[in-house]
Design a binder for this molecule. Structure first.
Ligand SMILES: [Zn+2]
Ligand SMILES: [Zn+2]
Length: 274
C-alpha cells in the first residue's frame, strides 16, 4: 500500500475505532441512520480512505481494492500461504481435506482484519457487500466457475440468532449475485454448537468441528462451492465438505475472502472466531 494511502486509511480506521469505543450504541444508531440518508444523497464512499467508492453501491475505492493483501503464492489444495506457486503444502501432502481445492484471494491482515471484525461484531452488515464483491471480482478473473451453486458455512442457529445474521451467508449473497450462481443457504445445517475456534489449537479444532454439520440428502447439485469469510485451519470447511460429499456432492471447492496466516497444526496465533 503506497505511503500516502496507507496514512489516510490508518487515520480513518483510528478515528472510526475511537468513536465506536466512546459511544458504541449511539455510534451504531447515528451511523446506520446517516448512512442510509447519505447513500441517497451522495455517491458511495470508500470505508477505508473516504475517497469515492465504486458505483453503483461498493463502499470501497478501486485503489483500496487493489491494495488489499494478496494471498500469493498459495497452496493449491487449502490456500495456505506458500513460498512458491503451484505446490501443495506439507499438510495437504500428508492429508488432503475433503474439499477438492480452495480459492482464497487475500491474506487475513490489515485492513481485512478490521473489516471482518466490524462485520461480525460491529453489526456493520454492509461490509458483506464489500467482501462478497471483491471475492467475486477475483473469482471472475480466474475464469468460469466449475460449480453449480454456493453453500455458505452455516452458523449454529443460536449464534445466528444472537448476531442477527450469518456473515458467510451475506458475503455469499453478494458474490453469487455477481457470479450468477444460486445460493443454497438451507441445505446445510450446523447441528452442534462448537466452541469458539479462536481459543483452540489447530489439532483440537479439527476434532471440535467433526460431525458439526448435516446436509439434506438429495438437495445438493454435483458441484458446489463452500463460502466463508476467513479460512483458518480449514477444519470447518473440511467437516462441511465431508457432509456435502456424504449427501451426494462429487466436487466441493472452498471460497473465502481471507486466509489466516501461521497455518500449522498446533498454531495458536491470532485467529478469527466464528
Ligand atoms: Zn479507498
Ligand atoms: Zn494445503
Amino acid at each position: 500500500m503506497p505511503g500516502a494511502r496507507a496514512a489516510q486509511v490508518s487515520a480513518v480506521a483510528q478515528y472510526s475505532n475511537a468513536v465506536e469505543d466512546c459511544q458504541p450504541n449511539l455510534f451504531q444508531q447515528v451511523y446506520g441512520a446517516s448512512k442510509t440518508l447519505i447513500h441517497r444523497l451522495f455517491p458511495v464512499t470508500c470505508l477505508l480512505c473516504l475517497d469515492p467508492g465504486q458505483p453503483p453501491a461498493l463502499d470501497l475505492c478501486r485503489g483500496c481494492e487493489e491494495d488489499l493483501p494478496q494471498n500469493l503464492p498459495a497452496c493449491f489444495g487449502c490456500a495456505a500461504p506458500m513460498a512458491q506457486t503451484g505446490e501443495l503444502c506439507a499438510n495437504c501432502r500428508q492429508h488432503r481435506p475433503a474439499f477438492d481445492r480452495a480459492f482464497v484471494p487475500y491474506r487475513y491482515e490489515f485492513p481485512l482484519v478490521e473489516l471482518v471484525h466490524r462485520l461480525k461484531y460491529g453489526r456493520q452488515i454492509a461490509i458483506s457487500r464489500i467482501l462478497g464483491t471483491v471475492l467475486a471480482h477475483r473469482l471472475a478473473e480466474r475464469g468460469p466457475q466449475a460449480v453449480d451453486a454456493i453453500v455458505p458455512v452455516p452458523l449454529h442457529p443460536s449464534r445466528e440468532a444472537r448476531r442477527g445474521y450469518n456473515q458467510a451467508g451475506e458475503i455469499a449473497r453478494f458474490a453469487a449475485e455477481l457470479l450468477a450462481l444460486p445460493v443454497l443457504d438451507r441445505v446445510a445445517l450446523r447441528v452442534r454448537a462448537t466452541e469458539e475456534q479462536a481459543a483452540l489449537p489447530a489439532i483440537v479444532r479439527r476434532v471440535n468441528v467433526s460431525g458439526a454439520f448435516e446436509v439434506l440428502v438429495g438437495c445438493v447439485p454435483p458441484a458446489v462451492a463452500i463460502v466463508d469469510d476467513v479460512l483458518t485451519t480449514g477444519s470447518t470447511a473440511d467437516a462441511l465438505a465431508q457432509a456435502l460429499k456424504r449427501a451426494g456432492c462429487r466436487r466441493v471447492e472452498v471460497w473465502a475472502v481471507a486466509r489466516a496466516m501461521g497455518y500449522s497444526e498446533g498454531a495458536t496465533g491470532k485467529t478469527p472466531s466464528r
